[in-house]
Design a protein around this ligand. Structure first.
Ligand SMILES: *[C@@H]1O[C@H](CO)[C@@H](O)[C@H](O)[C@H]1NC(C)=O
Ligand SMILES: *[C@@H]1O[C@H](CO)[C@@H](O)[C@H](O)[C@H]1NC(C)=O
Ligand SMILES: *[C@@H]1O[C@H](CO)[C@@H](O)[C@H](O)[C@H]1NC(C)=O
Ligand SMILES: *[C@@H]1O[C@H](CO)[C@@H](O)[C@H](O)[C@H]1NC(C)=O
Ligand SMILES: *[C@@H]1O[C@H](CO)[C@@H](O)[C@H](O)[C@H]1NC(C)=O
Ligand SMILES: *[C@@H]1O[C@H](CO)[C@@H](O)[C@H](O)[C@H]1NC(C)=O
Ligand SMILES: *[C@@H]1O[C@H](CO)[C@@H](O)[C@H](O)[C@H]1NC(C)=O
Ligand SMILES: *[C@@H]1O[C@H](CO)[C@@H](O)[C@H](O)[C@H]1NC(C)=O
Ligand SMILES: *[C@@H]1O[C@H](CO)[C@@H](O)[C@H](O)[C@H]1NC(C)=O
Ligand SMILES: *[C@@H]1O[C@H](CO)[C@@H](O)[C@H](O)[C@H]1NC(C)=O
Ligand SMILES: *[C@@H]1O[C@H](CO)[C@@H](O)[C@H](O)[C@H]1NC(C)=O
Length: 479
């Protein structure tokens, strides 16, 4: 787009686009001042790696400004960055992405800004332009496009759910700005989901990667500068493919990686199901899963409330008996973290309508509340008489739970390591069979309150070999 656009030009672009259905490229990698992008228009990085424009991830007419690998790289559209994650626009022909007052701004149908690079415009007077680089970094620069000084803003500082080669995961010590990967809600909604990956903000711990859904459930262990890897990820020893680095100085701390062979295309993805995944592009232009952590059933709350996780199953989550998915459409898309709820509500004040589903657990869910040494019958009625009580257990005394019961995991029936948990449900839904052990659902709690211990357990060589078992294609050399 080398013409100097004016309103007449924009008007004709609108008309032109209205008649075209496929993506129309601006045949440029840059949006300059007084230019804008709308409808099917895209910009493409100089070497043709990445493309940026409006996209629609699902069935709804929700459009987002996103960046994806171009068709020459990936056969299926793979979005790696999204600008307006939470505020989609519904008409991409009357919304525009343009440079406005020194910022890159997305205006919706009523010309209200819904997303912006949010720079203090008084500090970047003069013309600015947005350039899409072949690395997948969208940069906002002052002046001419050959200006090599630090960009005013860059998408690498604001990653969404993907860490690209050369991108950063870390934090700036001066501004406190962090680069965190946050999962999408599901495949059709780029709004921030439950799971995130970040560099530990604690200085002394700053080489450990954490995930958070208000709960840490996995860590990489500390960075080892000598072997250039995190010490609990032995897979990283296979770093003949990738160069990993951890950088810390007075201004910032971050983790980054790049392939030793620049022809390799890969990405780290914080998946909506709570796994961190490394994917690599094959010659077939299809992605291949190279590595992922942790195992699906070890993802904190991956099946949501009142459901159990079965590690060997493709549809790994199942609502407990008497419960059904809160959001059936999400479950159909295999996003389970919304969990399940009772088919029939529990009857406060009329406990007669309620019963308990007996489940066998290896350990108990978080947030148990000790009730002391009651008899098992008193323990049961203690729970029954309290509206908010969702489960009880009798194990060296009485414990009850309030609210969601998370992280139940089915195990082999002959796994003797059983503790029994009684989950409240409408009696009519569960038809309690209190003494038929064959009908008893055997489940184990995947993540206990001693989560740090389970992290260590998970990363032990035993669990690593089971990871290999479950993923025959990944790093066969190690298994
Ligand atoms: C953008 O448009 C304004 C007003 O039409 C004009 O003053 C300015 O010179 C233009 N900037 C560029 C880079 O063309
Ligand atoms: C544009 O965004 C503003 C602010 O978010 C909102 O109030 C308005 O309804 C939006 N316009 C349309 C057409 O969606
Ligand atoms: C923007 O810049 C002006 C002038 O440098 C300064 O006074 C103002 O505090 C800045 N605003 C923000 C939000 O940084
Ligand atoms: C390069 O950018 C800096 C600010 O980022 C600006 O001060 C300088 O004038 C620019 N140089 C050219 C040649 O545009
Ligand atoms: C690069 O910048 C110089 C001034 O810094 C300018 O003379 C030249 O035209 C620019 N080249 C391009 C291709 O923009
Ligand atoms: C960054 O965080 C530190 C510690 O929490 C605080 O002392 C400092 O003021 C913050 N800096 C900014 C620019 O917010
Ligand atoms: C990292 O933090 C955890 C919990 O905050 C703490 O138990 C551990 O000792 C720390 N590790 C180091 C190396 O400081
Ligand atoms: C973890 O998540 C909770 C809630 O989502 C948030 O309040 C907290 O700040 C997060 N912790 C870190 C270290 O980011
Ligand atoms: C690995 O990355 C670091 C930092 O980006 C760089 O200094 C170093 O040269 C790279 N090494 C190789 C072998 O590519
Ligand atoms: C830290 O930032 C200051 C100011 O921008 C800069 O002069 C210095 O070189 C930076 N240090 C490093 C190690 O990048
Ligand atoms: C099951 O219940 C029946 C009658 O309520 C009782 O006779 C039987 O002993 C029970 N079996 C077990 C294994 O508890």
């Amino acid at each position: 787009m080398n013409t100097k656009p004016n309103s007449k030009f924009l008007f004709s672009v609108t008309l032109l686009c209205a008649f075209l259905k496929s993506h129309v490229s601006l045949a440029a990698d840059t949006i300059s001042e007084n230019q804008s992008l709308l409808g099917d228009q895209t910009i493409i990085s100089a070497g043709g790696m990445f493309e940026l424009g409006f996209f629609k991830p699902g069935q709804l007419s929700n459009y987002y400004i996103g960046m994806w690998y171009s068709k020459q790289v990936a056969s299926e559209m793979t979005v790696v960055w999204v600008a307006n994650r939470e505020i989609p626009v519904s008409d991409r022909f009357s919304s525009v992405l343009s440079i406005f007052d020194g910022n890159l701004v997305l205006l919706n149908e009523s010309k209200t800004p819904v997303w912006s690079t949010n720079l203090n415009s008084t500090t970047n007077s003069g013309s600015v332009q947005a350039v899409l680089l072949d690395s997948g970094n969208l940069v906002l620069k002052a002046g001419s496009s050959n200006n090599t000084s630090e960009p005013l803003w860059q998408s690498f500082d604001h990653p969404t759910h993907t860490l690209l080669q050369g991108g950063k995961l870390g934090f700036n010590k001066i501004t406190n700005h962090t680069q965190i990967l946050t999962s999408w809600k599901n495949l059709e909604d780029p709004a921030p989901g439950f799971y995130s990956l970040e560099l530990a903000p604690d200085e002394s711990n700053s080489s450990i990667l954490l995930w958070n859904r208000s709960k840490q459930y996995w860590t990489s262990g500390s960075w080892d500068e000598t072997s250039h890897m995190f010490n609990t990820i032995p897979e990283m020893r296979l770093n003949y493919i990738f160069n990993y680095s951890y950088v810390t100085n007075e201004n910032e701390s971050y983790f980054t990686y790049s392939p030793k062979n620049p022809k390799i295309v890969s990405r780290y993805l914080m998946s909506a199901s709570g796994q961190i995944q490394l994917l690599r592009m094959e010659n077939s232009k299809q992605w291949k899963l190279v590595w992922s952590q942790p195992r699906q059933c070890d993802v904190y709350a991956s099946c949501g409330a009142f459901s159990s996780c079965k590690p060997t199953s493709l549809n790994y989550c199942k609502c407990l008996k008497g419960f059904e998915p809160n959001q059936q459409s999400d479950w159909d898309l295999q996003f389970y973290s919304g969990g399940c709820s009772r088919r029939t509500g529990v009857k406060c004040g009329n406990a007669a309508g309620d019963g308990f589903l007996e489940v066998n657990s290896g350990s108990f869910p978080d947030n148990r509340q000790y009730e002391g040494f009651l008899s098992i019958e008193s323990c049961r009625s203690a729970c029954l008489n309290e509206c908010q009580c969702t489960a009880y257990a009798y194990d060296n005394g009485c414990s009850i739970w309030h609210g969601d019961v998370l992280n139940l995991q089915e195990v082999e029936a002959n796994d003797g390591d059983g503790r029994t948990l009684y989950i409240r449900a409408a009696a009519s839904d569960i038809k309690e069979k209190r003494n038929n052990s064959n009908n008893r659902m055997i489940i184990r709690v995947a993540i206990s309150d001693h989560f740090f211990g389970s992290i260590i357990l998970m990363l032990s060589s035993k669990s690593f070999s089971s990871l290999c078992k479950g993923c025959s294609s990944c790093y066969k050399q190690l298994c």
